[in-house]
Design a protein around this ligand. Structure first.
Ligand code: FPP
Length: 256
């Protein structure tokens, strides 16, 4: 594996010692899981084989997140644009999701994982929605790892929905437009109550955000990995955390 972000030119070791902010551990890691199809194609297998192996990588990643003490993990599993894929692939993906929820729920509960889902769930079959709700409910008391799965998720849709809800609240007299600030705006997003991601990882060598957490990732660090998602494991997760820890985050401020 290689971390494809070029290291940033930083201050010399001598000047770093006193002045640079101490690297904090990433609290929230968000991942764009990419490359299932290419993994399958390289093996002359159907795409579903890549997705199946991708589901195993999801399991490994959750274990790695728990092992490294990251409190929040958000996985981009199905974008609003993914509905444009062939029906057979959508059925494969939704079938895998169904299977995943049924086979992993006990494990999630036993490991203290709280599951949340963000996205337009109305587009899924009622049985999947019921399973998702049941899993959210069954894990609602857990706090070791906050796992969010983005399903039928699109960040622009999410922002437009927030703007619409804010406009409706203003028209109803429940919200004073002059009192709207970033925190209030964020409370209308699907991620209300969650910390912003500190680190966004994308696998497969692509370097795009693809409509994922556009608002929330405003100050995130990005790590792009030359590894296809089905091959992703604890070593890649740890390497990305290490890369994050080496960076200096200033949130737009000048170094002191
Ligand atoms: C991107 O690879 C991956 C997806 C669109 C689906 C992600 C799904 C999983 C990891 C498995 C199921 C998930 C859960 C939560 C059980 P791609 O198909 O776009 O790959 P390509 O770019 O190489 O074609």
């Amino acid at each position: 594996m290689s971390v494809t972000n070029r290291p940033r030119p930083g201050p010399s070791a001598a000047s770093t010692a006193d002045t640079a902010p101490k690297p904090a551990a990433a609290r929230h890691v968000a991942i764009i899981m990419d490359g299932n199809g290419r993994w399958a194609a390289a093996r002359k297998l159907p795409r579903v084989a890549g997705h199946r192996e991708g589901a195993r990588a999801v399991r490994r990643t959750i274990e790695a997140a728990i092992g490294s003490g990251v409190g929040w993990l958000t996985l981009y599993a199905f974008s609003s644009e993914n509905w444009r894929r062939p029906v057979t692939e959508i059925l494969d993906l939704t079938g895998l999701l169904r299977q995943y929820l049924r086979s992993e729920l006990e494990e999630l509960k036993a490991n203290g994982v709280r599951l949340r889902v963000i996205g337009d769930l109305q587009r899924f079959d009622p049985d999947i929605r019921r399973d998702l709700e049941a899993a959210e409910h069954a894990t609602g008391g857990n706090a070791r790892l906050n796992l969010t799965i983005a399903l039928s998720y699109g960040s622009r849709d999410e922002i437009v929905a927030a703007a619409r809800a804010i406009a409706e609240a203003a028209v109803a007299g429940a919200l004073d437009p002059a009192a709207l600030d970033e925190a209030r705006f964020a409370s209308f997003l699907a991620t209300a109550g969650m910390p912003d991601p500190d680190l966004v990882i994308r696998t497969s060598g692509e370097q795009r955000l693809s409509n994922f957490l556009l608002w929330q990732a405003a100050y995130a660090e990005f790590v792009f990995l030359d590894v296809l998602w089905p091959d992703f494991g604890a070593e890649h997760f740890e390497a990305a955390l290490g890369e994050y820890a080496r960076r200096e985050r200033r949130f737009g401020a000048r170094p002191v």
